[in-house]
Each structure stands twice: as C-alpha cells, then as structure tokens.
Ligand binder design. Sequence first.
Ligand code: PMP
Length: 452
Amino acid sequence: MQSLGNDSELAVKKDQKYLWHNITPYSEKNPPMIAASASGSWITDIQGNRFLDGMSGLWCVNVGYGRKELAEAAYNQLLALPYFPLTQSHLPAIALAEKLNEWLGDDYVIFFSNSGSEANEAAFKMARQYQQQIGQHYRHKFIARYRGYHGSSLGALSATGQAQRKYKYEPLAGGFLHVAPPDSYRRPAGMTVEEFNLQCAQSIEDMIIWEGVETVAAVIMEPVITGGGVIVPHQVYLDRVQEICRKHGVLLIMDEVICGFGRSGRKFGHHNFNVKPDIVTMAKGLTSAYLPLSATAVRKDIYEVFKDNSDDYGHFRHVNTFGGNPASCALALRNLEIIEQEKLVERADLLGKRINTEFTELLDHKLVGDVRSFGLVTGVELVEDKVGKKPVDLSIVKGIIAECKSKGLIIGKNGDTVAGFNNVLTFAPPLSSTDEDIEFIIDTFKSVLNGG
Ligand code: PMP
C-alpha cells in the first residue's frame, strides 16, 4: 500500500491491472469499493467515504471491525508458535476444540481446515469413509437442496443448489442430488406452512427410497438457507428430516458456515430446532473472518470408527497444511470469548427482531412480497405482483442496492440469475452493531424503498 500512498486513482488503475475479483467483473468506469480501514460496523474507503456494513463482509465479521484483542491474540501466538501441523498437535487447537465442544453442547471431535468449502469437503469424505467402514459400501450419495450454497470447490459446489454458480463448470462431482427447499412463501395455495414443510421433508425420504436406501451417505443442509434467499423452515421440517435420516442410516450434515457463532440468535443455527446433527461444518464467524479458519465437528461415535480401526487404511486420509493454524485458533478462542462476554448471541436475537418488526411494516409496499428473519439475518423478497409472486427484474434489485450504497449503507442480495431467483435483499450486520447502527439501517432502507 505504501507505493500507492493516498492516490486513489492510481489504486483503481492498479486494481484493474493486477487483481481478479470474486464473482463481480469491474471496469475502470465501474470500479470496486477499495476499503482502507474499519471500526465497529463501519468501513472507510480510500476516498474517505464511510459505509455501514449491513452484510458483515460476506456474513462473517460477527464481532465487528477493529478489535484490538483479536489482533493481539494472533500477534502473541505468532511470536510463540506461528505454525505446527495438525498431523500432530498444539495448544491453541486443543483449547479451541474443547471450547467448540462446549458451544455445540454435545460430544463432537473437531477437524480444522481453512474455509467453509474445505470444511464441507472434509465432511463429505468423512461421511463416505464412515459408511464404508461400518460396512455400508454403496453409500456414496449426498442429498442437498436447490437454492442452498455450500462452497466453491468442486465437491462443495456440487452440493450447492444454485445453477448460476455451477453451469459453466459442469460436469461436477458425481453423487450429489437436490430436492426443493421449504420455501413457504411460494407454497401451493390451500396448504398450511406446516403441511408444506412436511411435504418438502418427505421429498427427501422419497429420494432416498428412489435412489436406493443403501446408496445414500448423507444429507447436507444449512439450518436456514441464507445466501440462497433466507428460506426459514418450519420447526417440523428439521424434526422430520432428522427422523428420516436416522430411519435410513443417512448422516445429517449441518452447514453452519453462516448460521453459526450467534448469527441465528442462538450459538448455532440448529440450536433453534430439535436436531442433533451428525456432522457440523463452520467457518466465517469462528474467527469473525479476521483470519482464515474452519472446522468440521463430528459426532464422537463416528470419529471412533476411524480411530479404532487397526488397519492403517481406516484412518481419515485427509491433510491440509494450514488448517488449524495456531494464530487462527488463538484468535478464534478470543473471538468466542468476546461473543460470550458481550452477550452477542442474545444481542443478535434482539437486533434481528427489531429489524424484522420494522421491515414487516414494509409489506404494504407494492414491491415487498415477503420479509423473513432468522436471528440477525433478514431477507426482503421483492415481487412484481403479490399474487403471481413473479420476482422483480434484477435491475430493480441492483438499483435499490446502489441507492442504499449512495446513502452509506451496504446490503446484499441472493443470486441465482439462471433460475430467476435474485430478488431477495439481504441484511446481516455485525452482532455488535449499536442501536444507532440498526436505526441507520432501518431508516436508510425504508427511505430508499419509499423513493426518499
Ligand atoms: N457454506 C455456506 C452456507 C456459505 O455461505 C459459504 C460461503 N458463503 C460456504 C459454505 C463456503 O465458505 P467459503 O467461502 O469460506 O469457502
């Protein structure tokens, strides 16, 4: 950065020349925001403009920006022991694994990686190998949901149910199947939310049976589909999914990459339901994204199948160089302590309810078809007409996002242009947001929507 000084024009030029961005194509006329610093829920760009980050980055900066304690935790650990592979062990990984166990509230063993995608890849390999080692040799298939997102690597992308992200890279990994999500807003007329959710859960059992029970290894789902449009299931859905999985010897993998670490108003998203997943994957809020780290938590008795196998090939033959880096683990521990000390889980619940109450008033607006919340995640679904529920044109969604940005508020959207679902605006500010921050989000969004 020193070579750029304060020269923002030069930064934009060099960005164009050297940097390949995630997803979005930029041009010199339409440059990306270049961030320079951040504090609390606010980011300052290189021109000195301030924005409230209503998406916590990519749904991840749970404790907000500028936490000195996190920088110190990483710094101290980097001096003491910057690296040691988890082919063996180190103290920060042990302490964090114990802490995660406590947070999960059940007996899990923790495998560390670096990203949400990798945590899911590890889960898929564990599920297949576990099934083999208990004698279920044909169980290799995974069932996921359309509109769900599980990552960008080929296996995690195969589990993803968003055509837009996949079609250029197909054929992907084999054995990944999809069912419709419990999108209650679009349920058939005359059906209650509960009936519809039970029907959606039933489609999983039907698929297991049609595919051959003995060929299905696991079901993977987020507790609530977040990036795919904030699709919140009825309580009966997850109850029934768990019942189906147990009945048919299929593992239940819960992707808590977004919902974990207080975002849902509970420690983990699945704590809002009566489920005990076999495998839980997590990333993002684990370190509040200050450093890369992810984890795959595995029910103790599943782990035992790998541990007790005296044949060398019974072990989990999966290694990653950086997973469980000591500094990342030390920082994650401190991050979890902050969440506990500042009661941010409870705060997420409180703030989410406030946003939801305020946004529910917007249902009178001609474009707002539905408002859905899960803890501090809110989705506002925009439709052309409230009866047909046809999604509004993408240009309207982009226009609202741009207008919010021009007023200093960053919000997000779901995205599956190919399937035509890119009409849900998303809100997921840091759990540490102040009351004033939340008011700013509510007032700014309302004024933009009402043409103010
Ligand atoms: N699962 C879910 C639910 C996610 O939202 C994401 C990322 N948005 C991932 C997995 C993949 O995480 P990463 O980008 O860290 O690989």
